[in-house]
Design a protein around this ligand. Structure first.
Ligand SMILES: *[C@@H]1O[C@H](CO)[C@@H](O)[C@H](O)[C@H]1NC(C)=O
Ligand SMILES: *[C@@H]1O[C@H](CO)[C@@H](O)[C@H](O)[C@H]1NC(C)=O
Ligand SMILES: *[C@@H]1O[C@H](CO)[C@@H](O)[C@H](O)[C@H]1NC(C)=O
Ligand SMILES: *[C@@H]1O[C@H](CO)[C@@H](O)[C@H](O)[C@H]1NC(C)=O
Ligand SMILES: *[C@@H]1O[C@H](CO)[C@@H](O)[C@H](O)[C@H]1NC(C)=O
Length: 242
């Protein structure tokens, strides 16, 4: 029974408020945070947390079927190259925030979503974090623009009851000034599988530096039960900037 948690961090290097130690853009985004319920014929197709005005989807789920979040991935062969190709007229790749929207709207199973997210050409590298409704359905897909580099799946029988993604390839160490991964893993290991819940998952996502000055909101998703909660976040000092 999968729970999917995410912190939405955004706004690094785009200005700092010296009056209260916050990022300018992160603070501007918080009041724009909305929970969305996309319907067709009055029936929910998918739900999402987003920023009003942004047409892509970075955090969402289809009740009963799957959950999907997108993480930024930094790479030399980066998004600006993809966007450049797109401007020059090579339009065979998708905007990453729009492929997630398209999957949330149109895919009808975990397997179908996984297949599309693994194979479709995209404009920028990314991590797709996907959860399903069956035991063991949960993975982190590491993407470059053309192909999938790695699909890291839950494997509860082997004791891998969670997967964590904090904007670094799992086979590399995180940047030493930004090790949110070890913090998250320590928390999860301490909580243990039997005690994971919305409350304990929220605790993990409230632990610094998993929570930091870039965190605009926290979302908790239970695909099977169709439950979903989102919280605006502040990170009181002392708190790291990222
Ligand atoms: C910090 O200050 C900025 C600019 O004055 C304001 O927009 C923002 O809401 C403040 N944030 C917090 C957490 O106090
Ligand atoms: C959708 O729901 C609204 C409000 O309950 C209702 O007024 C409307 O007739 C419904 N539309 C359809 C197509 O069922
Ligand atoms: C979902 O599929 C429909 C029908 O093919 C299409 O019109 C729509 O644009 C798709 N949605 C997205 C977000 O791509
Ligand atoms: C789980 O997802 C599959 C599609 O992958 C769907 O057929 C099935 O009904 C779902 N199970 C539940 C309990 O919703
Ligand atoms: C799970 O939580 C209960 C209640 O707080 C506690 O008694 C138990 O020791 C915890 N289990 C583990 C393995 O930490």
């Amino acid at each position: 029974h999968l729970l999917h948690g995410r912190n939405m961090d955004f706004g690094i290097f785009l200005g700092w408020n010296t009056n209260n130690n916050t990022w300018v853009v992160t603070e501007e985004l918080k009041p724009l945070t909305v929970n969305l319920d996309f319907q067709r014929n009055n029936k929910t197709v998918f739900k999402a947390s987003s920023f009003a005005g942004y047409v892509g989807m970075l955090t969402g789920f289809k009740p009963g079927l799957f959950s999907l979040t997108l993480n930024e991935r930094f790479s030399i062969n980066g998004g600006y190259l993809g966007v450049l190709e797109w401007i020059m007229g090579k339009k065979d790749a998708m905007w990453i925030g729009f492929i997630t929207r398209s999957v949330l709207e149109n895919s009808t199973s975990y397997e179908e979503a996984k297949n599309i997210l693994t194979k479709t050409k995209i404009l920028a590298p990314a991590y797709f974090i996907l959860g399903g409704n069956q035991s063991g359905e949960g993975c982190v897909i590491t993407r470059d623009r053309k192909k999938s580099l790695d699909v890291y799946e839950l494997d509860p029988k082997q004791g891998r009851w969670y997967v964590v993604e904090t904007n670094y390839d799992r086979w590399k160490n995180p940047f030493f000034l930004d090790d949110r991964r070890t913090a998250a893993q320590m928390c999860l290991n301490r909580i243990t599988r039997e005690n994971i819940s919305f409350a304990t998952l929220y605790d993990v996502l409230s632990t610094k530096p998993v929570l930091n000055k870039l965190t605009a909101f926290t979302t908790l998703i239970d695909v099977t039960k169709g439950q979903y909660e989102a919280y605006l976040r502040d990170c009181p000092d002392p708190c790291i900037g990222w």
